[in-house]
Design a protein. Structure first.
Length: 274
């Protein structure tokens, strides 16, 4: 099992930042801002799903996975907290979180359903976030002109998403989750995740009076579909999830471990005494 440390970022998000905090780039700032809106409710769902799902495992498996699951829950709870701080600042700027309520409403559909479905949704979403994390860690220049606080936040978040990319997947397998539901939930998650992200981003662009500017869409096309774009360079890695023998550990996490090792001055370890 993977030992997952819980880290507290040493940054202050109590003071405002520019709406286009990524060097004035409206599209990339908007995309990151929109993504952040999903995390408080989303991360709560993930940690609840893994925690509750693990309670259904045989005692021996619970014991074997206990330390990793505890680390996963701690990391996700920390992500939830710090993105809420970021979202509080986004709300002050004038953005409305439309995504959060949709997440909460969809969770209600899972009440009294097979708990494996919630864990499968978590595993699928964790795969998407791990792909985003790997892409960002491969292209740190995306944030080279960003507000240093937010550059640190996103690189740290990416590193931990890559680090715990296997946890929910392993819990799903341990619950005897089958291949058919795993891929079915991935299709469902991919559709709703991308549509919700688009709606949230468009709301931000409307608020900023950027929605009908042609240059925004040129920036967006390069960012998403260029030769090293977020979507174009991740499509095959996303498709890997549909292989019967896929496991998240097949995807490399050396860049996340490198970032965490080289930036220990930007975080403290929760629960560690000197």
């Amino acid at each position: 099992m993977t030992k997952l440390a819980v880290r507290k970022l040493l940054i202050d998000l109590s003071t405002p930042f520019d709406r286009h905090w990524n060097g004035g780039d409206a599209f990339s700032s908007t995309l990151f801002n929109a993504l952040s809106m999903s995390f408080p409710a989303g991360e709560q769902f993930f940690l609840d799903s893994v925690r509750n799902g693990s309670k259904l495992l045989p005692a021996a498996q619970q014991t074997a996975m206990a330390e990793e699951i505890k680390g996963f829950i701690g990391q996700e709870a920390t992500h939830r907290r710090i993105h809420q701080l970021m979202n509080d600042q986004l709300t002050k700027i004038g953005y409305t979180n439309l995504w959060e309520q949709r997440i909460i409403d969809r969770q209600k559909l899972l009440i009294n359903k097979d708990l494996r479905h919630a864990v499968a949704i978590t595993a699928a979403t964790e795969h998407l976030t791990a792909l985003f994390a790997h892409w960002l860690l491969n292209h740190p220049e995306i944030l080279k002109n960003a507000d240093p606080r937010l550059r640190t936040l996103w690189m740290w978040h990416a590193s931990e998403e890559s680090e715990h990319r296997s946890t929910a997947f392993d819990v799903y397998l341990a619950m005897n989750g089958n291949y058919e539901w795993r891929v079915r939930m991935m299709r469902w998650v991919a559709f709703y995740f991308l549509s919700d992200l688009t709606q949230q981003a468009l709301q931000h662009l409307w608020r900023d009076k950027q929605l009908f500017k042609v240059n925004i869409y040129k920036q967006g096309f390069r960012f998403l579909f260029g030769s090293q774009g977020l979507i174009s360079s991740n499509y095959h890695a996303w498709r890997d999830y549909f292989k019967r023998d896929f496991h998240p550990s097949q995807h490399d996490d050396r860049l996340s471990q490198q970032w965490l090792k080289e930036n220990t001055n930007l975080y403290s370890l929760v629960g560690k005494t000197s």
